[in-house]
Design a protein around this ligand. Sequence first.
Ligand code: SF4
Length: 460
Amino acid sequence: MKRKQTEFLLASGRKVFDLDHRKKLNFALKQADAAYKKGKQQFSDLETTKKIAKNIKWQAIENLHTYLEAFETNFNRNGGRVIWAEDTQQALDAILNVCRKNEAKSIVKSKSIVTEEIHLNQFLTKHHIEILETDLGEYIQQLDGEAPYHIVAPSLHKSKEDVAQLFHEKLNVPPDLSPEELTLVARNILRKKYAAAEIGITGINFILADIGGIAITENEGNAWLSASAPKIHIAITGIEKILPSVHDLNLFWPLLATHGSGQRTTVYNSIYTGPKKQDETDGPEEMYVILLDNRRSHLLADPAARESLYCIRCGACLNVCPVYKNIGGHTYGTTYSGPIGAVISPYLNDAAEYQHLSFASSLCGACTEVCPVHINLHNLLLNNRRNAVEQNLISASEQIGWKIWKKINQHRLLMNWPGGATKTFLVGKLFRQHWGIRRILPEFTHKTFNQFTKNKPDSK
Ligand code: SF4
């Protein structure tokens, strides 16, 4: 068994029996569910809306190169600069170059899952550049030295008491502050940092090809400040975030808000089309957009998996997934967790190390049902399982087990082989390790197949 798979199984076993974790996760996900149910009432016909959204993303991804090049041309015309990054290292080098050119020592950053993917914070810290998370959830996680737990709600697994205790330990404030007081503590610290930072880094929710702009949606105003207070703005995203036109936001902004946080629209919705112009007083003097591939082209190249690039990172599939609900976000050991993480992680990383995630699913289809762009997630999980089998990535014992199973089922004589205890023992030996030690495996009857089926009322 591969290292990541072993770690995943061990961590899952621990988490499902951690009652405190379960209580906090259930509480947070129940709230998310209630908000989503209320928020989706704004759509008179949600299913049709999703189909339209999927069609727009289909058009965007099928013509990805055309739209990305259009974005580059238009953004450059606006005075910005596009940087193409094939992989993590190129993206990190590009950011470091901008920092060095401007002798930057301090950076403020708003929520960006792509910067988690490339481990930007660790990289810049190693180069003695301070980088501070400004999204409150991300700030909490950074204080705690933990990766985000959820792609939309980074500290979803922490109660308000946990956060109060963390602030007490790390920031030396009283241990019993209310959420409002904790927010004010963070606010006072962050405000000073915005004023001092030379560079602001943000993620991007949508790349807008026709106007050469980027759209960022948020609730705290921290992305807005990160993008406009420092004199340099670097925005980074995966190439799949493309939309053909700014007009598509009419559909995608409310869809993302409702599926991400149950809102009709998020509080701050901004479009940036480049650095400030000569006659403008606000905004950065330089603006860069980094377009990251990082093996997304592997997804693009596979027609069966391509539609996973339609994802708008709303996090809804995580919230409804029975596996995520039990094991939580960190257990996956990936930047992207939940159903979408299980689908794309084998493509974005070494498939052999991450294929097991596609087996951690009941295939109930709740993820597919909730997805705002109708990504066929549970079919894509099956697709990954097929790839794993075809590429010989599943354990040798399970492969042997299925070969024996097939052989037996092809020969009536072998099906009539008696010995229930031996069969039960063999199935346990061959499958238990891969299927998990807590799974109750079937017990075989001592009867032969003929004897067993003969007395069945529905056997012919
Ligand atoms: S796959 Fe769908 S539901 Fe899951 S995060 Fe992406 S857009 Fe949201």
